[in-house]
Each structure stands twice: as structure tokens, then as C-alpha cells.
Design a protein. Structure first.
Length: 135
């Protein structure tokens, strides 16, 4: 499973236009995170259709990049994200985006969009969750 990190202008309606385009093609957004800074912004989305999302973004001229997701199950406690991020950094893995994708019991699932997925899975070790079903 992948995330698409899409550049958007920091103005009213840009997210609405993206969401409408995806929805119009029957593509469901199942995870989202975003921010603006200094007049521009980006949104990271997970959808139910990687191929359809890619085709729509390319066909409509959106500026985006795509990253594979690696999910991790972290304890719901202060410092657990820091521990996971340090593991990734120590293996030379750059985090391009992240989003919370679930909570159950005393655990939270985080999807990391990374530049080196295999190294990320190795770095996260016992924290990494199996398969895309965790996202």
C-alpha cells in the first residue's frame, strides 16, 4: 500500500477539488494528513485504489510523489513515536509522511511513508505490522 503526497496551493477549495476528483472516480480516501506553510501545502493520502489514484493525479496534472507505507504498532505512551523514529533514523531511513491509522487497546498503529521500505521494516523489527491490512 502506498501514500500519495500531493502539493496543493494554500487557498480555499484546493482540498475540496482533490477530494471531489477522487470521489468522482469512486476512489475512497482511507487515511489523510496535511499541512500548509508559507503559502503552499501538501496532503498525504491513502486510498482504496493505488492505481486509480496514480492515474487520476497524473491525468489531472497534480504534482505528487508516491511512497510505500510501512505500518508499526506502537505503545500508546509518551516517547513511543520517538523510539520508532530513532530506529528508522539509525537505519538511514527518511520519513516522508506519517499518519495514525488505528488504535486498539493500549496500542496505536502508525503508517510511515519512507524512502527505503525494506530498511524500515528491518529497523522497526517487532513493531512492524504485517501486510497492508494494518493500514
Amino acid at each position: 500500500m502506498h501514500t500519495f503526497i500531493i502539493e496543493l496551493e494554500d487557498q480555499p477549495g484546493t482540498l475540496a477539488a482533490l477530494a471531489a476528483a477522487l470521489g468522482g472516480e469512486g476512489i475512497n480516501i482511507i487515511g489523510i494528513a496535511g499541512s500548509t506553510w508559507g503559502g503552499s501545502g501538501a496532503v498525504a493520502i491513502i486510498t482504496n485504489d493505488d492505481d486509480g489514484t496514480r492515474a487520476l493525479l497524473e491525468g489531472r496534472g497534480f504534482s505528487y510523489r508516491e511512497s510505500e507505507l510501512v505500518a508499526a504498532s506502537l505503545e500508546d505512551r509518551p516517547g513511543s513515536l520517538a523510539d520508532a523514529a530513532r530506529r528508522l533514523a539509525d537505519h538511514g531511513v527518511n520519513i516522508q509522511a506519517l499518519m495514525l491509522t488505528g488504535m486498539q487497546g493500549g496500542r496505536v498503529t502508525v503508517a510511515f511513508a519512507v524512502d527505503i521500505p525494506a530498511a524500515a521494516r528491518e529497523a522497526l523489527g517487532d513493531l512492524a505490522t504485517a501486510g497492508a491490512s494494518a493500514v
